[in-house]
Design a protein around this ligand. Structure first.
Ligand SMILES: [Zn+2]
Length: 360
């Protein structure tokens, strides 16, 4: 299985490798693909028959915003099942061999593809009945078998919370490490027949962990594709701020910063310090961006000290002021010199896209 330019295909391919005990998607063999179809179909079958709050309901929650009106998530699935349409068998059929008599090519990888998928099967695409955007205006998007399987491994590769999915885009090794963690969690959720995701770690903690360990330029995608309009919110963390976070962590300053964040208004997360912009954003206009959260947090602290952050103009300024207060409360004067060196290294205009393109 190759890694394509399509971010969901890539994450699914890494999950396929993890589920098959392979180091890399390229190592997958044909029998792995057949075993993956069994795994996907079994999980889909369990999710389809789950009752709200009962065994496997967590998996139903995760599938619903990804594959609306598909065999395991359709509101009338129980009725269809009573007529002999088993969701697990339908999913198995969806992931079957290509009929390549057509001259279509897979949207993700360019291989011959005889099947077209729309919104219900390929997350964040539009309806297969809406032909205007589709290649050749035939409705849906061509998908080869390998990419179809990758797209249905996606639930293992991402996080779920409050009806939304969080996925990541970045360099290959960060995507792979994120997916390994998510696949372990997803496998546990299925094995233990989770009823919800209350035992799952906060995905932002996971991402902060990965970035402090290995600074990288990443985009976080939070999205849903349920029966209403699809929604996507993108947040960008450039390499520079991620690297700064990593150095702060290596110096042992992270606990001070986290302690202050806990006191701040709006409960900003550590990642709010390094998220620099929001891209395509279809959430409500009232949703606060990272910069706004930090502005509020800084203002709260300065209110306490009866001062105003009058020279804070950019998110980078806010981070500097904010972090300096946090550290000055916790550290001795001589230690503060080292902190000031770290803060001075924080990219001054990191709200603009970082100018170093990373290889895909
Ligand atoms: Zn393909």
């Amino acid at each position: 299985m190759q890694l394509t330019p399509h971010p969901f295909q890539r994450l699914g391919a890494h999950a396929a490798a993890a589920l098959s005990g392979r180091d890399h998607p390229a190592d997958l063999i044909n029998s792995d693909l057949d075993a993956l179809v069994d795994t996907i179909a079994q999980a889909a079958g369990a999710a389809a028959t789950a009752v709200k709050g009962g065994r496997y309901w967590a998996w139903q929650q995760k599938l619903a915003p990804m594959y609306p009106n598909s065999p395991p998530t359709a509101p009338r699935r129980a009725e269809f099942q009573a007529k002999g349409h088993e969701p697990a068998e339908q999913v198995r059929d969806l992931l079957g061999p290509d009929d390549t008599t057509d001259d279509d090519v897979c949207l993700a990888c360019g291989a011959p593809a005889g099947v077209r998928w729309g919104k219900s099967l390929w997350p964040l695409t539009d309806s297969a009945r809406y032909i205007n955007n589709s290649p050749g205006r035939k409705g849906g998007y061509p998908a080869c078998r390998q990419c179809r399987i990758a797209l249905w491994c996606l639930p293992w590769a991402v996080a779920y919370g409050k009806g939304r999915i969080t996925s990541i885009e970045g360099p290959e090794d960060i995507e792979a490490r994120f997916v390994r963690r998510m696949t372990d969690l997803s496998t546990t959720a299925l094995h233990q027949q989770w009823t919800d995701w209350s035992h799952a770690p906060d995905v932002w903690d996971t991402i902060a962990d990965l970035l402090t360990d290995q600074p990288s330029d990443v985009t976080l995608n939070t999205w849903t594709n349920d029966n209403k309009a699809p929604q996507l919110k993108q947040r960008h963390i450039p390499y520079g701020p991620a690297h700064w976070l990593s150095r702060i962590s290596a110096r042992g300053y992270l606990p001070h910063l986290k302690a202050l964040l806990q006191q701040a208004k709006g409960n900003p997360h550590l990642l709010h310090l390094v998220i620099t912009d929001t891209g395509l954003d279809s959430w409500s206009a009232g949703a606060s961006s990272g910069a706004e959260s930090i502005t509020r947090a800084v203002t709260t602290i300065w209110d306490e000290d009866d001062q105003a952050p009058s020279h804070a103009r950019t998110p980078a300024d806010h981070v500097q002021i904010y972090a300096r207060i946090a550290f000055s409360r916790a550290l001795a004067d001589d230690e503060m010199d080292a902190v000031d060196t770290e803060l001075a290294a924080f990219p001054a205009h990191h709200h603009k896209p970082w100018p170093v393109p990373l290889p895909r």
